[in-house]
Write a protein that binds this ligand. Sequence first.
Ligand code: SP5
Ligand code: ZN
Length: 342
Amino acid sequence: MKSVYSPRHMGHSGNVELVAGAIVPAFEMPSRAEFIHERLKETGLGPILAPEEHDLSTAARVHKQNYLDFLPTVWDRWTALGRDGTALPYTWPTRGLRQDVIPEHLDAQLGYYSFDAGIGFVKGTWDAIKSSHDVALTAAGLVNAGERSAFALCRPPGHHAGSDFMAGYCFINNAAVAAQWFLDKGAKRVSILDVDYHHGNGTQEIFYRRGDVQVINLHGDPNDEYPYFLGFADERGEGAGEGFNINYPMRHGTGWDRWSEALEDGCRKLADYAPDVVVVSLGVDTFEKDPISKFRLKTEHYPLIGARIAKLGLPTLFVMEGGYAVAEIAVNAVGVLQGFEG
Ligand code: SP5
Ligand code: ZN
C-alpha cells in the first residue's frame, strides 16, 4: 500500500489545550505522525510519497468559504494583538446570542468558528492544516488512479471539523474533502467508515442531508464522552440523507467483542449501500492504553479491523485521525493497514 506524508505537519507544535481545568500540552502532537512515518518505513508497507499541492475548491464544497478564508488569518491576527503562545477561543455563541452576525474581533471569530478549546493555533498551524488536506487528496488520487488502497498520514486530523467550525484538534475535514473529491471525479456513492474513538461529528454534520455519502461511526457514547452533543443512535440522517447516517455509540470500557460486533454490523450496512469507494477515518484511540480514551482494544485487534475492511472488496482510502499513546499508535495504525493487505 502506498502512503502519503508531509513533514510540514511539524510546524503545528508546542500548542496547548484545556483539559479538566488545566491548560496542558496538546495531546495531538507532532511525534504522533513521526512515529507512524517511522513505522511505515520499518515495516516496508510500501512507497511513501510526498503530497501534491491542491487548491481549496473541493474543500469549499464541504466547508463554508468564510470559514476557509478565516483559518489562514488566525496566527497573524493573534500576533498583531501583541500575543504569542497558542491562539485559543475563550467565548462561544450559545443559544440566546447572535449567530447571524459574523463578529469582527479575532477572539469572537475563534469562538464563532469552533465549539471547544482543542484547536490551538501556532505559527505553523495553517501550513500543517493545508499539508494535511493535500496529503488526503493526493492519497485519494492514488485510489482514483486504480490503487486498491492508499494511506493518507494526515496531521492535523479532521473528523470533528464541520462545515464552518473547528474542534477536537481538527480544522479541515480531510476525510469529507476526500469523499467529495471522489464524487466529483465520478463516484456515485461513497461510504465513510469512522473507527476513531470519538464520534466524527463534523463528518456527520457535513453529509447529514445527503444520500451520496453514507457515514458510519463507531465511537464512545456521547452520554460518556466528547463531543457529548452529537453521536446518538437516533441520528439517522435527514431528507435525502435519511437512513445514510449510522451511529454505534458504545459505553466506556468497551472491548473487542462488543466493538467488533458493531464493526461487523457497520460493514454489512456498508456493503448493502454498495459504494464505489470507502474512506476510513482511521483513529486508533480505541487502544486500551490511549491517554484520553476509554475503550479496551489491544494491539492484536488492529490487523483484524483492516482484514474486515478488506473483505468488503472495495477501493479504500485510509485517512489518519486520532490516537494518542504515541509510540503504540504507530504499531496499531500500521497494523490496520497490514491487516488490510492480508
Ligand atoms: C481527532 C480526535 O481524536 N480528537 C479528540 C478530541 C478530544 N478532545 C477532548 C479531550 C478530553 C480529554 N479528557 C481526558 C482527560 C485525560 N486525563
Ligand atoms: Zn479521537
